[in-house]
Ligand binder design. Structure first.
Ligand code: ZN
Length: 181
């Protein structure tokens, strides 16, 4: 019974490992392939990201202080610097050439290296952080009734406690289980 939470979490994680597919699945409809009509567009063509360009998306995560870097050019190929800036409003174009662009942003949350434990009503809920979206994804719920927490800990759990591994998270919950180790 004691290992239950950790094992459930690991299974959930394995199931969630289809990561990067989301972004590439959506790309095909958004961008027409090379249009011969553009050849006449002159200098403009050379200001667009080439089909072989690399694009880096850098997100500074304030909650943990890490910078999450995601490399994917799918949604940016063929765009000029100003098109890139207007299409991805939450991002700042930090660097731009025909073959390489860097976009940056800051968010309040965590990078995918962490797991978050929240208390929601009568449940303890574990979240991971999705890639590349950096959104909280619920992994598993468990009744909070079998654990005991101090008032301070309950306050921390209301806004979420971050752990660097599921093992650490498991140790934390187990240490708050009366009769646990
Ligand atoms: Zn982090």
């Amino acid at each position: 019974m004691k290992k239950h939470l950790l094992i459930t979490l690991l299974l959930c994680l394995l199931a969630a490992f289809s990561g990067c597919a989301t972004l590439s699945d959506e790309r095909t409809k958004a961008y027409p392939t090379e249009d011969p009509g553009l050849i006449g567009a002159g200098a403009e063509l050379y200001e667009q990201l080439s089909p072989s360009a690399a694009v880096e998306w850098r997100t500074y995560c304030r909650a943990c202080g890490h910078t999450y870097v995601f490399r994917c050019a799918d949604e940016a190929i063929g765009l000029t610097q100003s098109e890139l800036a207007s299409r991805f409003g939450g991002w700042t174009v930090k660097s731009f050439s025909r073959e390489f662009a860097i976009l940056e942003r800051e968010i309040d949350g965590y990078c995918p290296d962490h797991f978050l434990l929240f208390r929601k009503g009568k449940k303890l809920r574990v979240y991971s952080v999705s890639e590349p979206e950096l959104e909280l994804v619920p992994l598993v719920d468990e009744s909070a009734a079998q654990y005991s927490f101090s008032k301070e800990e309950l306050e921390e759990l209301a806004s979420g406690i971050a752990f660097d591994s599921l093992l650490e998270l498991d140790r934390y919950t187990e240490s708050h289980r009366p009769g646990g180790k």
